[in-house]
Ligand binder design. Sequence first.
Ligand code: IMP
Ligand code: MG
Length: 336
Amino acid sequence: MPCSVVVGGAFGDEGKGKIISYIALKENPSIAARAGVGPNAGHTVVTSGKTLKLRMLPCGVVNQRTKLMIGAGVLVDPNILLKEMSETKSENRTIVDRNCAIIEQRHIEADKSGYLKDKIGTTGTGTGPANSDRVLRIAKMAKEEEQLSIYVGDVSQEINTALDRNEFVLLEGTQGTLLSLYHGTYPFVTSKDVSASAVCSDVGIGPKRVNEIVVVFKAYFTRVGEGPLSGELDSAETVKRGWQEYGSVTGRLRRAAPFNYDLAKRSIMLNSGTQIALTKLDTVFPSCAKVRDYASLTGEATQFVKDIESELGRPVVYIGTGNETEDIIDRTKSTG
Ligand code: IMP
Ligand code: MG
């Protein structure tokens, strides 16, 4: 498939990093491009026993042959990007769109106090204030940032050219559809749209270029920061079920709730999702831990997958059963 988009179906932290890294290793994209808001995202990738926490680079970094790009719609924090490129030794295969806007220290400070911190519970990474400056047309652009001068380029042109050559391109969204500025639980949302349409616009392709839209859901819902979460469990019940998680950017305890079919259905609609990836099935059904073939799932777990497919009307193609990239059931491989 020449172009796949991966987006979060809920409130972020669905496990996109794991799904993206698996697809990147399996399908050898010529380009993996990061869309989304900016370094407010934290994508965790565990491969070959090593844990990577990525906030700026695409998770496609796990495939050494893949070129890494950051689309114009994304906000770049140069310090975080330079650090991640250096840690992963990926400087020579990374291109930042010249029209990315830059997060500056004053944005981070503004995001760490007052309304944004207290009322919204933002990640404090400067993304909202930087997008605000961008809309006011006073943001600094990547092409004006000296530290990035050797990395800037025209990502839209690169991606469209690769697609013209029929190469596989993997596009990576951030956050989750229910945190979209337009379609989420305003004002408890992030600072831009994060649906599959926004992913296209972030990297500069038209929607007709996309073949698959993979919507990622976790087997239960979580939310960090403020805003509604229907069916929310109290923290004792969350811990009892083993669903407690801590934010990879902020370290905050995530709020948790059971899988919400109504919200998931809406998310499929907003993204025109074609496939579902379901992560952390092993957290809800511990007997599924590290299972790699569908036939070995217990009856209860299989029923859950079937319920999701019948309610959402889309196939569950990938099922995550552990932290490692390879702990996955890949149903594109078999008829199971
Ligand atoms: P901001 O994106 O930092 O402005 O935060 C706005 C809201 O989105 C807050 O509730 C954050 O906790 C949430 N949020 C932003 N990025 C992520 C993410 O990557 N995962 C989960 N929640 C996020
Ligand atoms: Mg995250």
